[in-house]
Design a binder for this molecule. Structure first.
Ligand code: SF4
Ligand code: SF4
Length: 302
C-alpha cells in the first residue's frame, strides 16, 4: 500500500530536498483560477517538493566570474529538465497505486488574465487575455496555482519581501514543484506560519535596480536589471543604450520601469544568448537572494 512515508522516501531518492503534504481545503476562498481543485475536482492533497539550488552559483555571480551556469543550472535545468522527470516519476508511483496525480511544474511564461506582473527569469510572459471558461460553472483556463501560497499550505516556507519563497532549510535557494492528488492522506503538514522574513531590508539594499521596497518586488523593474541594465554588469559597453536619453539614470538603477518601458528596453539588453533557452541571463546574480541568505544565517534562522 502506498503511504506518505513511501512518497517521502521516493521523493528524496528521486532528488527532492523538501517535501510537504498540504490540505487542499486550505485553498477555500482562493480565486478558482488558482485553486488546485479546479485542476483535479476530487483532490484531497497538494504535495510540495523543493529542489535545492547550489548557493555557490550565486556567490560566483556576485564575484563576477560566471553567470550562465547560474541561469542554466539554477533556473532552466531544474524547471525544464529535472522537475519534469522528477514529477513524472512521482506521478507514476501514485498512479500505479490507483490514484490520480496532476503534476504541476512552474508555468514560467503564462499569466492568468488580470495578472499584470512579469517573470524576470524568462524572455517575456503572455497574459491569457483571451481565455474564456468552457462553461458557466468552470473557471477560465489555464489554471495556474500560486506556488508561494501552495508552499505555505504544504508547510514548507513563505514568501519574503524580495518575492522569493524562504524556507528554514535553504533560505531562498530552492525551486518548487507540486503534485495534486486524490490519494487519501492520514496526516497533513501544518501550514507554514513562521515569519522568516523580518523585513530587514537587506534584499532591498542589495538590488542595484532598486526593484524591492517595503511593498515587495516590482517585477517589471526587476526584469530590466535582472538582464543587466546596470553599470556593474561586466558585459556593459559604451555602445549599449547609447541612444537612451536617460542612460546614466538607467545604469545607476535610478530610472523606474513599467510594463511598457521595460518591454521597450529588453531588445537593447542583449549580453548573453537567451534565444535557445528562452531564459534571461541572470546578470544581477540575484544579489537579493544572496543578501537574504546571509542575513538569515546571521540571525540564526537558517
Ligand atoms: S533580506 Fe530581509 S527583508 Fe528581504 S526577504 Fe530576506 S528577510 Fe525579508
Ligand atoms: S537583485 Fe536581481 S533578482 Fe533581485 S530584485 Fe534586483 S534585479 Fe531582481
Amino acid at each position: 500500500m502506498l503511504t506518505q512515508e513511501i512518497i517521502r522516501e521516493k521523493a528524496r531518492e528521486y532528488g527532492a530536498d523538501l517535501i510537504g503534504f498540504g490540505d487542499v481545503a486550505l485553498f477555500d476562498g482562493t480565486d478558482p483560477r488558482r485553486d488546485p481543485r479546479s485542476i483535479l475536482w476530487n483532490a484531497t492533497c497538494i504535495i510540495g517538493f523543493a529542489i535545492r539550488v547550489p548557493r555557490a552559483l550565486y556567490e560566483t555571480a556576485e564575484r563576477g566570474y560566471q553567470y550562465m551556469n547560474l541561469t542554466q543550472m539554477g533556473v532552466k535545468v531544474i524547471d525544464e529538465e529535472f522537475s519534469e522527470i522528477f514529477l513524472l516519476k512521482m506521478a507514476r508511483l501514485i498512479e500505479n497505486a490507483g490514484y490520480d496525480a496532476c503534476v504541476q511544474r512552474r508555468v514560467s511564461n503564462l499569466k492568468i488574465k488580470g495578472d499584470m506582473t512579469q517573470n524576470p527569469e524568462v524572455m517575456d510572459t503572455y497574459e491569457l487575455i483571451h481565455a474564456e471558461p468552457v462553461s458557466a460553472d468552470k473557471p477560465a483556463p489555464e489554471i495556474i496555482i500560486d506556488f508561494a501560497q501552495a508552499a505555505e499550505i504544504c508547510g514548507m516556507g513563505k514568501k519574503g519581501r524580495s518575492g522569493s519563497i524562504l524556507t528554514p532549510a535553504f533560505g531562498p535557494f530552492q525551486r518548487f514543484v507540486f503534485l495534486i492528488t486524490n490519494m487519501p492522506i492520514e496526516q497533513f503538514d501544518k501550514p507554514f506560519t513562521d515569519n522568516l522574513c523580518d523585513s530587514c531590508g537587506a534584499c532591498e539594499k542589495a538590488c542595484k535596480g532598486h526593484a524591492i521596497s517595503e511593498n515587495g518586488l516590482d517585477t517589471w523593474q526587476c526584469s530590466v536589471y535582472y538582464r543587466g541594465a546596470h553599470e556593474s554588469n561586466p558585459y556593459m559597453t559604451d555602445e549599449i543604450l547609447k541612444d537612451e536619453p536617460d542612460r546614466e539614470a538607467i545604469l545607476k538603477g535610478e530610472k523606474r520601469f513599467d510594463r511598457e518601458s521595460a518591454r521597450a528596453i529588453y531588445p537593447k539588453l542583449s549580453f548573453l544568448p537567451m534565444h535557445l533557452t528562452g531564459y534571461a541571463p541572470m546578470l544581477c546574480g540575484k544579489a537579493c537572494d544572496l543578501a537574504c541568505y546571509r542575513h538569515l544565517k546571521e540571525v540564526g534562522k537558517l
